[in-house]
Design a protein around this ligand. Structure first.
Ligand code: SAM
Length: 219
């Protein structure tokens, strides 16, 4: 791996926020999924959660794999249904806030995003389901002062995520790496040597150690 690429990978991993995530509930348009994942990368989100679904005739994972964009830098976790997705992050002590135009929604800027937080985004057409609305810890709304009732889902995700980024920058959460050293090293290898990942995975071998320049230390 070239030194410049290694530096870039490290700078990006230094900013990754393992306790900020997004759950997409039935967001199904590929350009919206792509835009949300791209924003996640820019804000430093490590993982995104989605339900098992098919996007334009393609399994979501396949879509993400072939999209060849920011999807390479953000982990996509699929869940069988929205309840499982919400509960899996709540079990890791995340608070889940649904971006949901409901009567009990509060202004999205009132939330403390420096705490472990998941933002749940609803489907383009139907919004957030009743099941999800009941399971989450709160509802947030981006005030709308015009004639239309809602934003495009990827735009809404960006508005909320950049507020989370603003708060976290202010709190110093981007000042030092927040991934465990093991996960950090794993990501350096996977991002720096993607062509070798299958070799190690297929053989269930640990990734080789890297030196301070990101070069593989030969045994
Ligand atoms: N008719 C749908 C509804 O009533 O919820 C509109 C869905 S909207 C196009 C898609 C998703 O974007 C919503 O489920 C929500 O997650 C998010 N969203 C859009 N505008 C929003 C806003 N002003 N505040 C909070 N979330 C919003």
């Amino acid at each position: 791996m070239l030194s410049r690429r290694y530096q870039r990978i490290c700078q990006t991993l230094d900013c990754r926020q393992p306790d900020l995530t997004v759950i997409m509930e039935d967001v199904h348009k590929p350009h919206n999924i792509s835009a949300i994942i791209r924003t996640c990368d820019a804000v430093g989100v490590l993982d995104v959660h989605a339900m098992n679904q098919v996007v334009d005739g393609e399994e979501l994972t396949t879509y993400a794999q072939v999209a060849q964009g920011s999807e390479k830098w953000v982990n996509l976790y699929r869940h069988p249904d929205i309840s499982t997705a919400i509960q899996s992050v709540q079990q890791q002590n995340f608070k889940v806030y649904a971006a949901h135009l409901s009567d009990r929604a509060v202004d999205y800027r009132e939330i403390d995003y420096t705490q472990p937080t998941a933002i749940l985004m609803g489907a383009e057409r139907w919004g957030v389901s009743n099941t999800a609305a009941e399971l989450v810890d709160g509802h947030i709304i981006i005030p709308m002062l015009g004639m239309v009732q809602s934003l495009n889902v990827s735009v809404a995700a960006a508005v909320i995520l950049f507020e989370a980024q603003r708060q976290r920058l202010q709190a110093g959460l981007y000042n030092q790496p927040r991934l465990t050293p093991e996960l950090y090293q794993q990501k350096v290898f996977e991002w720096g040597y993607p062509e070798l990942v299958d070799h190690y995975r297929d053989r269930q071998l640990p990734y080789p150690p890297l030196d301070a320049e990101g070069q593989i230390i030969k045994a």
